[in-house]
Ligand binder design. Structure first.
Ligand code: CAA
Length: 295
């Protein structure tokens, strides 16, 4: 595998393009919006600068890596000679199904079609293609250049050869792959989201405040971020959507999103991306300030 097409140039897409390019692969980064591509390339350059500053990448390696990333606004053009596509578009099932129909038409027959979905069924996505055996989940974690894990998800009809190839490829780009079967939330979000939901329920029920909950999990369990800060980082709308996938998929009320989470999403308090969630990010600094709603 040499040529990788990445669909979507948002946070996950640009991180995935970054890591493949840094490890010697030719990357076709595809987005319908030219401005989004320009922004993604600037973000990748900035994130590579951090690596140069701390000596894990040389300036020459940075320039070489950046030169391997080719932007495309046409999906058909971008994937026509790809060996692997990693789809990292918006996390909406209808958009993903339509994208996979198009990918199946335009990508070469040998090409593996991977999705970075955090919770949509791989089997359902594969079902709209004529190559269910070559569709697989490749779930990267944010921030992609830093986080070591790739959760590889085998759909119901994914072939063992394809799963093995994606596991090997993940190792080639310096990641540690872990294999899961295709059931709601796979492993990462099946375990992470109930923890986040329980943290929000603890706040909702008045068991403890925002800082106390996060401090207990950070210092008591050695998590780099407390669950409420992590929920803000992931996006509260994303957390709610994943909990709904778990709730619908298992039909078990234990996965129902906490009413406080539902309210915050309805109010547009989505975390870092909206400037306010459990914490307030409007001051722009690194310091954590509890949002006025929880003081
Ligand atoms: N690109 C490159 N390097 C980056 C980076 C990026 N986008 N973001 C951070 N870094 C690097 C920094 O340069 C720094 O490097 P050094 O330590 O070598 O100097 C290092 O990462 C740490 O960054 P910071 O000092 O800025 O900040 P920090 O120490 O607070 O760490 C963090 C930031 C890595 C995000 C850390 O807080 C962390 O690991 N948080 C948890 C992240 C997590 O759980 N991610 C998974 C979310 S769930 C998901 O993604 C999947 C899903 O389906 C919901």
């Amino acid at each position: 595998m040499q040529q990788i097409a990445v669909i979507g140039s948002g946070t996950m897409g640009n991180g995935i393009a970054h890591v493949f390019a840094q490890n010697g692969y030719t990357v076709h980064l595809i987005d319908i919006r030219k401005e989004a591509l320009d922004k993604a390339l600037a973000t990748i350059a900035k994130n590579m600068d951090r690596q140069v500053a701390k000596g894990s990448l040389t300036e020459a390696q940075k320039l070489e890596s950046l030169s391997r990333i080719n932007p495309f606004t046409s999906l058909a053009e971008g994937v026509k000679s790809a060996d692997l596509v990693v789809e990292a578009a918006t996390e909406q099932v209808d958009i993903k199904l339509q994208l996979f129909r198009e990918l199946d038409m335009h990508a070469p027959a040998h090409c593996i079609l991977a999705t970075n979905t955090s919770s949509i069924s791989i089997t359902k996505i594969a079902g709209v293609t004529g190559r269910q055996d070559r569709v697989v989940g490749m779930h990267f974690m944010n921030p992609v250049p830093v986080m070591k894990l790739v959760e590889v998800i085998a759909g119901f009809n994914t072939s063992a050869d394809v799963t093995s190839a994606v596991i090997q490829l993940s190792r080639n780009i310096g990641k540690v792959p872990a294999l899961a079967n295709d059931y709601p939330g796979f492993i990462a979000n099946r375990i992470l989201m109930p923890m986040i939901n329980e943290a929000i329920s603890s706040l909702y029920e008045g068991v403890a405040g925002v800082e106390e909950i996060d401090t207990i999990m950070k210092l008591g369990m050695a998590h780099p971020m407390g669950p409420l800060q992590l929920a803000d980082f992931i996006g509260l709308d994303v957390c709610k959507a994943i909990l709904e996938v778990l709730h619908d998929g298992f039909g078990n009320p234990k996965y129902a999103p906490c009413p406080l989470l539902v309210n915050m999403v309805a109010a547009g308090n989505l975390g870092v991306k909206s400037g306010k969630g459990f914490y307030d990010y409007s001051h722009g600094g690194k310091e954590l300030v509890v949002a006025s709603n929880f003081k």
